[in-house]
Design a protein around this ligand. Structure first.
Ligand SMILES: [Zn+2]
Length: 133
């Protein structure tokens, strides 16, 4: 199964919307930090690349999330989008509609969750494996 052109367009749009949401959040955070610290002009952060740089300031999670979205968008461009990173099978399209940034198929996802659990870790869709705190 390969994704139709229409599906890819829809998924790309969903990813771009998600990216925009994060970039807007980044912008809000920067404005807040600027007001709080009187750091003055932080320069032009209008472009996506600059926002990615600023996202470093906002912590690992937001940065990783942005990275997943960028990777997915890149994958759509070069045609390797929609395949599971674990078993390399195509990811169910319905799943992609729900989570356009998904890295794994449902089967691998639940297997990874199960494995993480036995190690006392949490497997998160967005961020991969992390140790319970
Ligand atoms: Zn898989």
């Amino acid at each position: 199964m390969t994704l139709s052109k229409k599906s890819k367009q829809r998924l790309r749009k969903a990813l771009e919307d998600m990216r925009q949401e994060i970039l807007d959040e980044v912008r809000v955070q920067i404005e807040r930090a600027r007001v709080k610290d009187h750091t003055g002009d932080l320069g032009d952060y209008a472009t996506a690349d600059m926002a990615v740089e600023y996202a470093h300031l906002l912590g690992e999670r937001l940065r990783q999330r942005l990275q997943l979205i960028e990777d997915a968008l890149g994958g759509i461009e070069n045609g390797d989008y929609g395949f599971c990173e674990e078993c390399e099978e195509p990811i169910n399209e319905q799943r992609l509609q729900l989570m356009p940034f998904a890295l794994f198929c449902v089967r691998c996802q639940s297997e990874l969750e199960r494995q993480a659990k036995t190690r006392g870790e949490t497997f998160e869709e967005w961020y991969g494996t992390s140790r319970n705190e």
